[in-house]
Every structure is written in structure tokens, then in C-alpha cells.
Design a protein around this ligand. Structure first.
Ligand SMILES: C[S@@+](CC[C@H](N)C(=O)[O-])C[C@H]1O[C@@H](n2cnc3c(N)ncnc32)[C@H](O)[C@@H]1O
Length: 362
């Protein structure tokens, strides 16, 4: 196929274990047509479908039989150019004789089987960095071996989201495989370094403090944007979504008020806050650095300035979700969706790089 023809139509993509769709949003921004997201969590899928207009969502167990047929039917048997996904690997196991095909690994195996079945031109798998060294690297090597046997040239690397303009130190292992040609995928070069990482303050300082509105949604921005990053996230969005403060108990507010910007429990006077004394306790983000890895809502990390945890919108900003990406479900579910996601700008950078190979530019 000549290069012009390839460029005419958008590349198609399906997202397995899509969650709310951080990965999909990044690929969409990189110019892909996301046909379908599959997950078995209803609230995450609600968020996915409401934020990916034109994409279908399938609530199904990816380890169950009959899923491939359902996927084919839902995408009207269209060609799938890229399959992306972040299969959970909790409990990943190599048993006695290093059995990769152990039942506990079935979600990972489902990802591999789907690629085998659809034979996309490229695939991307995202996972925690620990996957690279699990069982002394045997798991990673086995994954590489299986995809190479299917005819893919596979590259893998640990990427840091902050290197791609995300205001967060979040490291993830990413595999990218290419089916056709001799090219081996090279990951995009960082656009940012420690010298110009986007900081927490640059990311969220325009959002209302919520000092007075506890537990109420504040839907007006109140302030103008102060940085390029805030402008990028806000875009044309006029209504602020998912900005609700946690109604902490008074004692929590009194303790955190004594922790300085970037500090933690070690900065507290003796006896204060001693009910939480593990290493992450009472941690405030540092205003002049990217945030630490956003979690799924454990309430151990606090705003660098205000005496409360970050709102769903603040965490979403730190994950580089644009402000018009609205999260659904209750607050616990929203926090889980945000914390589970691949940062949008990192996904966009890798998606755009894959596109160059598929468009014949590399
Ligand atoms: C790490 S999250 C994926 C996040 C997503 N890639 C993003 O960027 O937003 C993993 C997802 O796998 C889903 N999941 C877990 N077990 C599943 C199963 N058996 N079938 C389908 N989805 C499953 C979870 O509900 C969760 O949303």
C-alpha cells in the first residue's frame, strides 16, 4: 500500500482492560479511531463511553471464552491496526516448572491471544516496572518470545511520564510490537527533563481551593489559567467537573496543617499524627516538582498548599486528562479510574510515534 493511501483513513485501535480510557484518550489525541474499549468494571466503562464519542464499550471478562467473537461482532469485523492494553498482573505467577500458562496469568495470556487472533499491525502493552524483573526477568523474556514467534518485532522500555510533559513521576514498562517490515520500534525521545518538568503548582494552582466548600461540587473555575499547562488542560472547557473536596475530620486537617509543602510525618511535632506512621504518611506534594505516582485514592497524599487530599480533578490534571474528560461513578470509583490510568500525554507521545511507523515515515 502506498504511503498516501495509508494516511487517508485513520488508524483503528481497540483498547483491552481499557478502564476509563487514559490510554485510549492519548491514542485518540494522536489521531487514532478508537473502535472499542473492553473492561469488566461498569463505572469505568461509563466514563470510557461518555468520553470517547463514537467508540463502543463492552462490559466483559477478557479471560472468558467467546470474547474474541463478541469483539469482532462489535467492531463489525473491521480491520484493527493497533491493539493496546494494560492487563492487571497482580498475582502473576510462574509455578513449579516456570509455567507461564498458569491460570493466574490468564489476563496477560488473554492480551497475547487477542493479538494472535486479530494480527494488528502494532500492539502496545503497559505494565508496572516490576514486571521487567519479575522472576529475574523470565516473565518479560517469555512475553517477548511469544510475540516474536508470532512475527512481531518487539521493543520494551521503562518510560517516565514526566519526560513527556506529565506533571507526575510515574514509571511504566511499555512493550510495543510492530508486525510488518524490518523496523524495530524506538520509543519517543523525552520532551522534558528534570530542568523543565511540569510541577504540581504549574498543573493545578488555578483550581479553586475549596477551603469553604467541603463536600460540594464547585463547577466554576473562579480563576484564570496561570500556566501553559493549565491552558492546555482547560482548553475550551467552561465548566469545572469532579472538583469536590474530601470532608476530612478536624483532626486530619489539624495534623496536615502542620506539614510544610513537600513534607511528611517526619516534619510533625512528636506525638502529632502518630496514628499514621508508615513511610508515606502525611505526605504533601511538593509544589515545585511533579507529583509522586497518583494512586487509586488511598488518602495519604495531600495538596501542597490546602489542608486536604487532591480532588478527582486535581489528580486527573496530574495524570494529564483534559478538563473536559469527566469521571463517572462515586468518588471512590472515580479515584480508582484516575489512579489506574495511563497518563494521557505519555500515551499520546507513544501513540504518535507508533503512527509514524505505520504511516511509513519511519
Ligand atoms: C490498570 S487498569 C487499565 C487502565 C487503562 N489502561 C487506562 O489507561 O485508563 C486495568 C483494568 O483491567 C480491568 N480488568 C480486570 N480484570 C478484568 C477482566 N477479567 N476482564 C476485563 N477487564 C478486567 C479493571 O477493571 C481495570 O479497569
Amino acid at each position: 500500500m502506498n504511503k498516501k493511501m495509508l494516511k487517508k483513513n485513520k488508524l483503528t485501535c481497540i483498547d483491552l482492560f481499557c478502564g476509563c480510557g487514559g490510554l485510549s484518550k492519548g491514542f485518540e489525541l494522536a489521531g487514532y479511531d478508537v473502535l472499542l474499549g473492553v473492561d469488566n468494571n461498569a463505572s469505568a466503562l461509563e466514563t470510557f463511553v461518555k468520553n470517547h464519542k463514537g467508540s463502543k464499550a463492552f462490559n466483559g471478562d477478557l479471560s472468558a471464552t467467546g470474547t474474541f467473537e463478541k469483539i469482532e461482532e462489535l467492531i463489525d469485523h473491521q480491520q484493527v491496526d493497533v491493539i493496546v492494553g494494560g492487563p492487571p498482573c497482580q498475582g502473576f505467577s510462574l509455578t513449579g516448572r516456570r509455567q507461564f500458562d498458569d491460570d493466574r496469568n490468564k489476563l496477560y495470556l488473554a492480551m497475547i491471544e487477542t493479538v494472535k487472533r486479530f494480527k494488528p499491525r502494532a500492539f502496545l502493552i503497559e505494565n508496572v516496572p516490576g514486571m521487567a524483573t519479575l522472576y529475574k526477568g523470565e516473565v518479560k523474556d517469555e512475553i517477548l518470545k511469544r510475540f516474536r514467534k508470532m512475527g512481531y518485532k518487539v521493543s520494551c522500555q521503562i518510560l517516565c511520564a514526566a519526560d513527556y510533559g506529565v506533571p507526575q513521576i510515574r514509571k511504566r514498562l511499555v512493550f510495543v510490537g510492530l508486525r510488518d517490515g524490518d523496523a524495530e520500534f524506538k520509543f519517543p525521545l523525552p520532551t522534558h527533563t528534570e530542568k523543565n518538568y511540569v510541577t504540581c503548582e504549574q498543573a493545578i494552582s488555578d483550581l479553586p481551593s475549596l477551603e469553604k466548600e467541603l463536600g460540594e461540587e464547585v463547577s466554576s473555575y473562579e480563576n484564570k489559567t496561570l500556566t501553559d499547562y493549565q491552558q492546555l488542560m482547560r482548553g475550551k472547557c467552561k465548566v469545572l467537573h469532579n472538583h469536590v473536596a474530601v470532608a476530612h475530620k478536624d483532626f486530619v486537617k489539624e495534623v496536615i496543617a502542620q506539614v510544610p509543602d513537600g513534607g511528611n510525618y517526619k516534619d510533625l511535632p512528636e506525638g502529632v499524627g502518630s496514628s499514621r506512621n508508615f513511610h508515606m504518611a502525611w505526605t504533601r506534594y511538593r509544589s515545585d516538582k511533579p507529583s509522586r505516582t497518583i494512586d487509586t485514592g488511598h488518602r495519604n497524599n495531600f495538596h501542597y498548599k490546602w489542608n486536604r487530599c487532591p480532588t478527582v480533578r486535581e489528580s486527573a490534571r496530574l495524570q494529564s486528562f483534559p478538563d473536559d474528560f469527566v469521571f463517572y461513578g462515586n468518588k471512590t470509583q472515580q479515584n480508582r479510574q484516575v489512579g489506574n490510568a495511563v497518563p494521557v500525554l505519555m500515551a499520546k507521545a507513544v501513540g504518535a510515534e507508533i503512527k509514524k511507523y505505520l504511516d511509513g515515515e519511519k
